[in-house]
Design a protein around this ligand. Structure first.
Ligand code: TRP
Length: 492
């Protein structure tokens, strides 16, 4: 089943692979999603649920993806095609998910770049970076300025394309090997500043205080679903990112160990991001600075934190930390975006390799990147739904299928892309992969791949139970939870 690895590329070292994979996992999901979801859904209680999910579903899906990718030596489409006739189409779910997620992820990445540049300019001259506007007013002006967003979306995509064009070891690995340690260092500096602010404990307790009452108030099922959705997105699972990255891994590396290290590192980053963000928000909220609260969504990352740096910390220090923070988020977003682009690029490189040519990576990357850029443009043009006076973008209050409650409502293009990819394709992809491994190919397929380099598989029974039962059951539940959310069915 092997192909000539050399024309596809390979990681230079296991450390390089880990930095790339952790770079894929650590992104906007950690810095933006995790802190407020944890705070709003039970604090420490949420964390326990999250860790349970990572341990019993996340790690197994990670191992499954890495092993299948390394076994076939192809990206997500090639892998499913080679492994099973019945499941061949599943690869396309992954390809399309990567495509759609990157289309909006790049727009948001562009935002982080805009804010980093904004604070950088403020350092040199007050008012230069944000036009003298307050945080809320600036966000409103920026998100309704389509041309400006398109330019930053283009810049972000251009950087992503440039790195992926460089190939596996001399592009992705070379970048992430430096970026990830730097990222962690910057995060530590921001954490130290954040937790030493007066009133920081308000934020720490918002995030960490155990609130088991959330289980009954919000409902345990909702908490579980929120945690599971977060886990999927944060670990880059369910769409073949890890299949693709695994396909460049040498047969001598330890898959079981890697499959455990990546989720642990990702969770540590998420907790650190929480410690960087929430104490600062809590501090200035309790000091009574206007416009700061534990909000959710784009408001938290862009409006609230902008306010934290410009009005809370203020002055040169505020600008310096503002730059440091948004630059750090930008780097985290780039290392995730390259993994999404690589999923799509790999398909075309694999096709060349199968035809016997060496694969024109540069050309494929540019073309795929350009198309994804175009697909992202609608996301830039609808002001995240804010500019729309008349309610939702797509609103079908249908008595569809005779169900009167069904309401297909998406506030904006971003939600729409996200619903298809994260809401449906990714959970479905993970369920099908698990069923394929656990019931069709049997867990031995994973065992063989782990042991191919002479290592012994350590926990066969554990993984088998995960693939056969835990993952399909838990993720089916997530899938229905997501559909429930998007269509407002009101099941949970
Ligand atoms: N994990 C990244 C984050 O937390 C985003 C991401 C990268 C992703 N690759 C992915 C999400 C694949 C889902 C699937 O921001």
């Amino acid at each position: 089943m092997e192909n000539e690895k050399n024309s596809r590329g390979q990681w230079g070292s296991n450390f390089g692979f880990l930095m790339a994979a952790i770079g894929s996992a650590v992104g906007l999901g950690n810095i933006w999603g995790f802190p407020y979801k944890m705070g709003a859904s039970g604090g420490f209680a949420f964390l326990i649920v999250y860790i349970g999910l990572v341990a019993f579903a996340g790690i197994a899906i990670m191992l499954g993806e890495l092993a299948l990718g390394r076994k076939t030596g192809y990206g997500v489409i090639g892998t499913y095609k080679l492994l099973s006739k019945k499941f061949a189409w599943v690869g396309w779910l992954g390809f399309l998910s990567g495509f759609l997620i990157l289309a909006f992820y790049s727009v948001l990445g562009g935002y982080t770049l805009r804010y980093a540049i904004g604070f950088l300019m403020e350092i040199f001259s007050a008012g230069a970076g944000f036009g003298g506007l307050g945080s809320g007013a600036f966000f409103g002006a920026f998100t309704t300025n389509g041309a400006s967003q398109i330019i930053y979306h283009l810049l972000f995509m251009g950087i992503t394309v440039a790195i992926v064009m460089g190939g596996i070891s001399s592009g992705i690995e070379r970048f992430t090997k430096i970026a990830m340690p730097v990222l962690f260092g910057m995060l530590l500096i921001v954490i130290i500043r954040s937790v030493t602010l007066e009133g920081a404990m308000t934020g720490v307790s918002f995030m960490f205080a155990p609130n088991f009452a959330a289980f009954s108030e919000i409902g345990f099922m909702k908490v579980l679903k929120t945690a599971a959705g977060q886990m999927f997105f944060s670990l880059s699972l369910g769409m073949g990112c890890m299949i693709t990255y695994g396909s460049y891994l040498s047969k001598s590396e330890n898959l079981e160990k890697n499959a455990v290290i990546i989720p642990i590192a990702d969770s540590i980053f998420a907790l650190c991001a929480g410690l960087a963000v929430m104490p600062a928000v809590g501090a200035f909220m309790s000091q009574g600075v206007e416009g700061i609260s534990f909000g959710a969504g784009p408001g938290l990352l862009f409006v609230t934190l902008h306010q934290v740096f410009s009005a809370g910390m203020g002055g040169l220090i505020g600008d310096l930390f503002g730059f440091l923070f948004y630059f750090l988020v930008f780097i985290a977003a780039v290392t995730s975006a390259i993994s999404l682009l690589e999923v799509c690029t790999a398909y075309f490189v694999d096709k060349d390799v199968q035809k016997g040519t060496s694969g024109n990576r540069k050309k494929h990357t540019m073309i795929v990147g350009a198309i994804i850029f175009l697909v992202g443009i609608p996301v830039c043009l609808d002001g995240l739904g804010a500019g729309r006076a008349g309610g939702a973008m797509i609103d079908i209050p249908a008595t569809m299928f005779g169900m009167s409650e069904v309401r297909m409502a998406f506030d904006c293009w971003l939600d729409f892309y996200d619903m298809i990819a994260e809401g449906v394709f990714m959970p479905l992809g993970a369920i099908l992969m698990s069923v394929m491994i656990g019931w069709v190919l049997k867990t031995d397929v994973i065992k063989e791949e782990i042991e191919v380099g002479g290592l012994k598989m350590k926990s066969f029974r554990f993984w088998e139970i995960c693939f056969k039962y835990i993952v399909p059951i838990v993720i089916t539940f997530v899938l229905f939870g997501q559909l429930d959310d998007f269509f407002g069915l009101g099941i949970f």
